[in-house]
Design a protein around this ligand. Structure first.
Ligand SMILES: [Zn+2]
Length: 154
């Protein structure tokens, strides 16, 4: 076992000089487990009114400029060398919600928390979404069953 570890350490060391040791780089693929993380932030203007169990002015139709940040990760890149194209993320979230009434677009009470969960569910590679409704009002949804350990994620 120790011999294997020493061998792996030597290979890893040589990887740092991969341009000089290109054939070794091929060998190293067996030892490297890459994790790719990306995030995409976008501003989405829209309106909503919340259905609440208590009196609140949030029950009246009003608008926000939500700032939505989407976090995605994968251990493999697609054929284009990406986790997910940033443009695809923008189309799925901004393209669908921007300048819309969230009550019409989403099949649930559009609180910041529910919007964040909806964003996470848009992509299998998405593990977290942060929805900032206004300065100081931020919600986050996180996929507790995401297959990559949290310590490796953004
Ligand atoms: Zn609101």
């Amino acid at each position: 076992m120790r011999i294997i570890c020493t061998f792996a350490a030597k290979i890893k060391e040589s990887l740092k000089k991969r341009h000089r040791f290109f054939p070794t780089h091929r060998l190293m693929e067996a030892f490297l487990n890459m994790i790719y993380c990306i995030s995409k932030q976008m501003e989405v203007a829209g309106s909503h009114q919340l259905s609440l169990s208590y009196e609140s002015k949030c029950s009246r139709l009003h608008g926000h400029n939500w700032v939505i940040t989407v976090f995605l990760a994968s251990t493999q890149l697609n054929a284009d060398g990406m986790v997910v194209d940033f443009k695809r993320i923008k189309e799925a979230v901004h393209g669908y919600l921007d300048h819309g009434n969230f009550n019409d677009l989403l099949p649930f009470n559009p609180t910041a928390e529910n919007i964040a969960e909806w964003v996470v569910r848009q992509f299998p590679e998405c593990y977290k979404a942060i929805v900032k409704e206004s300065d100081g009002n931020v919600a986050q949804a996180y996929d507790d069953h995401f297959p990559i350990e949290p310590e490796y994620l953004l």
